[in-house]
Design a protein around this ligand. Structure first.
Ligand code: BJW
Length: 237
């Protein structure tokens, strides 16, 4: 195998499941009988903004009561130690909108689907850290218009920083996917692109994902166990 330097890690809801945050496509993945696909769209927001704002207010409050688990902490350790060990870089590309990677200590985190703890002003385009509710239409701290929405990438919207993600993939020696079903694009297609560009590909998940055939290797189990074991292996512990 080629010398490993740069690692791109894609994470999904499965890495936060053992912190008590529901995944999207599990049994408990419904909210008031709505599928995520029916709430997380600009059309749903235009049709029934109170429903969508309540959904996100509830989840914004909930994630602040959750804690990072051993999988988040292990990736943070890899993020800090790998550059010293191998002279390469680690980039954690997360589909998750919680802040558990950061609270676990990770430094290089790219939130491709946005962040719960940000609000985006549709009047002046400013983004502000936001921990409270939006349902009462608070004014934007920059322009004072009551035009804040969750800073979340909804279906039909462009995920953030795709150019940076594709640039990192083109330099990657290893692409690792953790706790994602591969059901949502373009995230679900990153493994194929990474492989086409010559990276080794590894899947760590509870069960095989939709794109499982694209991975050179799959390891199955709960993230809190298999992620720390993989990081220990890589760092030679
Ligand atoms: C464990 C575990 C444990 C459990 N340990 N593992 C038809 C075909 C193809 C594409 C499309 C199509 N029609 C429309 C599209 C595009 C659309 C799309 O993909 N739709 C699909 C439904 C088909 N995508 C978009 O619209 C995106 N934008 C876009 O495409 O723009 C155009 C573009 C084109 C080309 C380049 C670039 C752009 C935007 C997608 C936005 C997604 N937003 C959401 C909601 C926001 C967050 C929120 O509200 O909270 O993001 S959807 C939701 O799904 C969320 C997640 O980030 C995302 C992915 O889910 P994830 O993380 O994979 O979770 P699950 O639940 O699916 O899987 C959990 C996994 O964990 C499972 O495998 C479990 O086994 C595992 N697990 N416990 C380890 N303990």
């Amino acid at each position: 195998m080629q010398h490993l330097r740069n690692i791109v890690i894609l994470t999904g809801a499965g890495i936060s499941a053992e912190s008590g945050i529901d995944t999207f496509r599990s049994e408990g993945g419904l909210w008031e009988q709505h599928r995520v696909e029916d709430v997380a769209t600009p059309e749903a927001f235009a049709r029934d903004p109170d429903l969508v704002l309540r959904f996100y207010d509830m989840r914004r409050a909930a994630i602040q009561t959750k804690q990072p688990n051993p999988a988040h902490v292990a990736l943070a350790r890899l993020d800090r130690e790998w550059p010293k060990r191998a002279g390469g870089e680690v980039l954690i590309v997360t589909q998750n909108v919680d802040d558990l990677h950061e609270r676990g200590g990770a430094l290089n985190v790219l939130h491709m689907h946005g962040e719960h703890l940000n609000a985006w002003c549709t009047a002046c385009d400013a983004r502000h850290r936001w921990t409270g509710p939006l349902i009462q239409r608070p004014p934007c701290p920059s322009c004072e218009e009551p035009a804040l929405r969750p800073d979340i990438v909804w279906f039909g919207e462009m995920p953030y920083r795709m150019d940076d993600i594709y640039a990192a993939l083109s330099e990657a020696d290893l692409f690792v996917s953790i706790g994602t079903s591969g059901a949502v694009y373009p995230a679900g297609g990153l493994v194929r692109r990474a492989r086409d560009l010559g990276a080794q590909t590894l899947e760590l998940n509870l069960e095989r994902s939709k794109g499982s055939a694209w991975f050179h290797e799959t390891r199955l189990g709960p993230a809190s166990e298999i992620v720390p074991a993989w990081v220990d292996e890589l760092l030679g512990a």
